[in-house]
Write a protein that binds this ligand. Structure first.
Ligand SMILES: [Zn+2]
Length: 193
């Protein structure tokens, strides 16, 4: 093995290597040094990756168990509004001692490097079709404008004529009649003594 520099996500494990049963808490908070992910949403460069968990010495190597918290940014896949949401993923992976178990990850001398593990877990859990809200109505196919939030589901199936009639009625009704609930303030006023 050639000499390598420790990665930014390296966790030293010299104190627990080949000491089955020993474990240690690990907390890392490291900003990304580039964008993670290539989809509609991604982890921006400089976003904090917070890793909270433990490294545990087992017979075959070092078992890493952690919760990873970060935040993704991007656009809604339906209406292209900017969105930013927290993201949390759980990771558990065995870093095997070299030459023992076959594993995607190996203990390197005196440390385990969590970057690939953490990055892959986060990128795979980024939503493929992110939405600004679960019932985002998307864009009007004719005008390209963002549809009003009361428009509901995209009309994939022909509407039942009875529902269509009701929808017209309620829409017109809402538009025409101002809500008679605009009496706020009176409740507060009566509280004065
Ligand atoms: Zn949206």
């Amino acid at each position: 093995m050639t000499r390598h520099r420790h990665g930014r996500f390296a966790v030293p494990v010299r104190d627990i290597v080949h000491r089955s049963g020993e474990m240690r808490e690990v907390t890392l908070e490291i900003p990304t040094n580039e964008k993670w992910g290539e989809g509609l949403v991604s982890i921006p460069e400089g976003e904090q990756i917070v890793i909270d968990g433990r490294v545990e010495s087992v017979h075959e190597g070092i078992l890493v168990t952690a919760t990873v918290d970060t935040r993704y940014e991007g656009v809604c896949g339906r209406c292209l509004t900017d969105i930013a949401e927290p993201l949390q993923v759980e990771i558990q992976e065995l870093f095997a001692y070299p030459g023992e178990e076959t594993s995607d990850f190996e203990v390197q001398d005196d440390h385990v490097d969590l970057e690939t593990l953490v990055r892959d877990a986060i990128v795979l859990s980024l939503p493929f079709q992110p939405v600004c809200q679960p019932d985002c109505p998307g864009l009007d196919p004719n005008t390209g404008e963002r549809l009003a939030e009361t428009a509901g589901e995209e009309p994939r199936e022909p509407l039942d004529p009875r529902w269509a009639a009701l929808q017209d009625y309620t829409t017109d009704h809402d538009d025409d009649a101002p809500r008679p609930t605009a009496v706020s303030g009176t409740a507060e006023n009566t509280e004065e003594s």
